[in-house]
Ligand binder design. Structure first.
Ligand code: CP
Length: 311
């Protein structure tokens, strides 16, 4: 099996197309493992992983923890709210204290863009970015692309619309980098105020019409409006946002072809998609969550293998 070109997973922008292929092939093997009655392999036996979450998470935190346990790693979990960060300890001091307990790998979610890169330059450990502010969420993009590959085969030429709050979304940026590397076509769609200026320089199309985006695409990745990152009002009201950018079954049924619906979660039912859409056969949202465990097992295993830490 090929080695990754990187020592950390800091963002999709540091990966090559070959890296993504290697992660997907490894994830295929781990997906087979987690569907067996005995879902565990000894690949990370004697490795200790710290999951450091300075920001809330359900899916990513549990998915990493499960991936580590399926690989037989020892796992410690840290959440900022119950730590000494609130007493003024710096990020580097906090992580160095954790590493001195003989921890080998760090998975970190942090509200500040660039926090994972900063950590990789200032501590001696393998760092995996589990989301840094509005910057990158690389394992989310990998599991999203893997889920598209699972449904459609090759991503080359597939049309993916990313809809919603692009401006504040780390999922959008990582997805754009990942999908472009895999030669898919990407369109972003949302209110003018929630689409970054010059985003077309990343090689994506831009639309402010949901119907136009849905008619164009094979797959729509519906993003949540990230109120927690918004300091001003970007649209008049939720009601008007739903009228213009919310997907319901009536709209899906009016399209000239079926569109697959994705969502990274957490869903605001009735805002970006209705409950009926979220629970429909066109949605692959729970497949995305399922694939997240295999993708994270692959990333952990490949990074540990590069440092010759796995069995
Ligand atoms: N998709 C995602 O990152 O979800 P969480 O915030 O629950 O981890």
């Amino acid at each position: 099996m090929s080695e990754l070109s990187v020592d950390h997973l800091l963002g999709i922008k540091y990966l090559t197309k070959e890296d993504i292929g290697t992660i997907f092939q490894t994830a295929d093997q781990f997906k087979e493992v987690i569907n067996r009655p005995i879902k565990k392999v000894p690949s990370l036996r004697d490795i200790t992983v710290a999951n450091l979450f300075f920001e809330n998470s359900t899916r990513t935190r549990l998915s990493f923890e499960l991936a580590e346990k399926r690989l037989s790693a020892d796992v410690i979990n840290f959440s900022a709210s119950s730590s000494s960060v609130s007493k003024g300890e710096t990020l580097v001091d906090t992580v160095n204290n954790i590493l001195s307990m003989k921890v080998d790998m760090v998975v970190m979610r942090h509200p500040n863009p660039g926090a994972a890169v900063f950590l990789s330059q200032n501590v001696e450990s393998i760092i995996i970015n589990a989301g840094d502010g509005a910057h990158e969420h690389p394992t989310q993009a990998l599991l999203d692309a893997y889920s598209i590959r699972e449904k459609y085969g090759d991503l080359k030429g597939k049309k993916i619309a990313i809809v919603g709050d692009i401006l504040h979304s780390r999922v959008a940026l990582s997805n754009i980098f990942c999908l472009k590397l895999l030669e898919a076509e990407v369109m972003v769609c949302g209110p003018t105020t929630l689409i970054p200026k010059h985003i077309d320089s990343l090689g994506v199309k831009v639309s402010h019409s949901l119907r136009e985006a849905l008619e164009w695409c094979d797959i729509a990745n519906m993003l949540r409006v990230q109120h927690e990152r918004q300091d001003i009002k970007y649209f008049p009201s939720i009601r008007e946002y739903v009228q213009q950018f919310g997907v319901d079954m009536k709209l899906l049924n009016e399209l000239s072809k079926p569109v697959t619906i994705m969502h990274p979660g957490p869903i605001n039912r009735g805002v970006e998609i209705t409950s009926e859409v979220a629970d429909s056969d066109q949605a692959i949202i729970l497949n995305q969550v399922e694939n997240g465990v295999a993708i994270r097992m692959a990333v952990l295993y490949l990074l540990a293998s590069k440092r010759k830490m796995s069995f």
